[in-house]
Structures are given as C-alpha cells and as structure tokens.
Design a protein around this ligand. Structure first.
Ligand SMILES: NC(=O)c1ccc[n+]([C@@H]2O[C@H](COP(=O)([O-])OP(=O)(O)OC[C@H]3O[C@@H](n4cnc5c(N)ncnc54)[C@H](OP(=O)(O)O)[C@@H]3O)[C@@H](O)[C@H]2O)c1
Length: 307
C-alpha cells in the first residue's frame, strides 16, 4: 500500500484526506515515479470545490495534483528513455501527483538537473508552463513595456523573469512586502488597489505595450483602459473577461509539449537565470494546511508538498 491525496465529494479543504491506496503498476509507455515533491496550485482548489465542474468534471474518489518531481521506481513496457533511479521532473494529467507513487506517461517527464532542489523541480510544471505560455502569447519585443498582475505569485514570479529575459521593461503589481524581491529581479514594483492605473501611467509615460493577468478580477479591463491592444493582453485567470473582450487565454501547453517547456525552464534554473521562490514546504499529510495557506492568495512563489 502507498499514500495518496484523495477526496470523495466536492467541498472545502476538509474533504481532503491522505488515503492508503494500492501500489500502482506501470502499463505500456508509463513510468512509476516515487514523488519527492509536488507543487500545489489554485486551479486544484477550484476543481475540488466544484467551481469548474462544467470545464473539468470529476469522478470520485478523486486524486489531486499535476506538478511533480521524483525518482523513477519502475518503468512499463516500451519505455527506454528512463531507468530505475533516474531523477525526473514532470506532470500528471490524471490529478494524481500528490502521492508517494504516481504513474506518469513517459512523454510527460524530463530529466531533473542535479543542481535543482526537489522543491523547485516539484513546483515547476503548472506555474512554469503557464508563465512561459503567457509571455510567449503576447510576443514581447525587446524594449517594450509589459504589466504583470500578481507579479510575485506562483505564475507571476516566473512570468516577470521570463519577460525580463525577452528584453521588456516589466511593471509588476504586488503588495509592498514583495517589492524588494521584484526590484532585485529588475522589475518595477507597483502596489495594486485604488489608483493603480495612475501609478502605472506615471511609471510608463510612453505607454504600455502588453499586459499579462495572472489574478483576474478586473485586470483585463484595466489593461484595455490603459490602451493595450486585445491581442497583446493575456489572462490565465479571467475566462469570462477573455470571452467578452477577445483577449488571449494562453496556458502554454498549446504552443509546445509540456515536457519540452519544463526542460527549457529547468535548464534556465540550473544555469542561474531563473529563480522559483519557495514560499513553504509541507509534508503530504499536511495537505489541508498547505491549501489553507494557498487559498489566502498571498503566496510568493510556490507551496510544495513533500511525501
Ligand atoms: N490557465 C492556466 O493554465 C493556469 C495555470 C496556472 C494558474 N492559473 C490561474 O492563475 C492564477 C494565479 O495562479 P498562481 O499559482 O500564480 O496563484 P498564487 O501563487 O496563489 O497567486 C498569489 C498572488 O496573488 C496576488 N494577489 C492577491 N490579491 C491580488 C490583487 N487584488 N491584485 C493583484 N494580485 C493579487 C498575491 O500578491 P501579493 O502577495 O503581492 O498581494 C500573490 O502573489 C490562479 O487563478 C490560477 O488558477 C491558470
């Protein structure tokens, strides 16, 4: 038997439990990974409450989680790219990564560079691919100015760095306590809330070229009010606004396979060009506490579970 996060009905954090389940056996093209770290994401909470049931239906009992990093424990037939003992980064497409052992399709794995910590590797997939996709979708040119909302969050903290690497001037919307981190990463920090449009205009007198919204709640409208063209606005959080105004909703995986993007991001991290801030690490058994912290919506970087 082995441990895995499960829930049996839609609901709040209290429906989450850590269950004893059968050890999974890899089928053709699958790899069994002993999970060392698994990041958590707001989308999982939205799926768990049933708020996204029309887009992402659930069957019960449900597992949870996409992000993972770990060590190959077994390989199925047809797998020749990995052997037992290899350290890997990857993702589950079956909401199953928050577990001691998880089955992963071989195409959803990439080798973990030695120099990357388990926490960083295990928290990379969802936020990393979303940040990569958002930055690519708005096609930044060197010298352009982009505003990014929730700039120090899981997705935002990576998006600001990738936008800087594209040569853009980056304005990051965040609370005061995150301004120093943004500044040390070459980002102009601006507090959100009343008067934010005026503060952005003052920081960018020649105008804003593009906007990445990683929070929702009115930032698409703010981008339009700032004069940003619809095709230069990407939101990963406000699909109603996207449908209303025709702005982009690029999650990243449409452009390139997730494992390829993961490999590119992992190489940047290993070379010291990209930082993944780790806000907190919880044992798997404290999955409820981990989501309690996440759902306060003030995480700087990633929260990660360690089975
Ligand atoms: N479509 C996709 O594929 C996809 C992929 C990943 C994520 N997402 C969605 O993207 C959103 C962000 O995900 P995440 O993992 O980055 O979340 P997160 O790490 O929980 O984001 C927390 C951040 O939100 C900021 N924040 C709180 N209130 C804010 C406000 N009123 N205005 C601006 N920022 C505010 C906080 O900033 P301060 O602490 O500085 O206040 C904190 O840094 C979620 O809605 C998630 O579901 C979508």
């Amino acid at each position: 038997m082995t441990k895995a996060v499960r829930y049996d009905e839609f609901g709040g954090i209290e429906v989450l439990r850590v269950a004893e389940v059968d050890r999974p056996a890899p089928e053709y093209g699958q790899v069994l990974v002993r999970v060392k770290a698994a990041g958590i994401n707001p989308g999982e909470a939205a799926i768990r409450t049933g708020a996204m049931a029309d887009i992402f239906p659930s069957t019960f009992p449900s597992g949870q989680g996409s992000d993972l990093a770990g060590v190959v424990a077994e390989v199925g037939a047809g797998v020749d790219r990995f052997v037992v003992g290899d350290e890997v980064i990857g993702f589950s497409e079956r909401r199953a990564s928050q577990a001691e052992l998880v089955l992963v399709d071989v195409d959803n794995l990439t080798p973990k560079p030695d120099s990357i910590s388990w926490e960083v590797a295990g928290g990379l997939y969802v936020a990393g691919v979303a940040a990569w996709g958002a930055v690519h979708s708005i096609q930044l040119d060197s010298g352009e100015t982009v505003v990014i909302s929730a700039a120090a969050g899981g997705v935002g903290s990576l998006a600001v760095q990738l936008a800087r690497r594209a040569g853009a001037t980056v304005i990051g919307l965040a609370s005061e306590h995150n301004h120093e981190w943004l500044q040390t990463h070459g980002v102009i920090p601006i507090a959100y809330g009343d008067g934010v449009a005026d503060r952005i205009k003052a920081a960018a007198p020649s105008g804003i070229d593009a906007f990445i919204d990683t929070y929702g709640g009115g930032y698409v409208e703010l981008a339009l009010a700032l004069g940003v063209a619809v095709e230069r606005i990407d939101t990963i959080a406000d699909f109603a606004a996207a449908a209303r105004y025709g702005v982009k909703t690029e999650p990243g995986t449409n452009a390139r396979p997730g494992a390829e993007v993961l490999a590119e991001l992992a190489a940047l991290i290993a070379d010291g060009h990209l930082e993944v801030p780790i806000a907190n690490v919880y044992p798997l058994t404290q999955v409820r506490q981990a989501y309690t912290e996440l759902e306060r919506r003030h995480t700087h970087g990633k929260i990660v579970l360690r089975p």
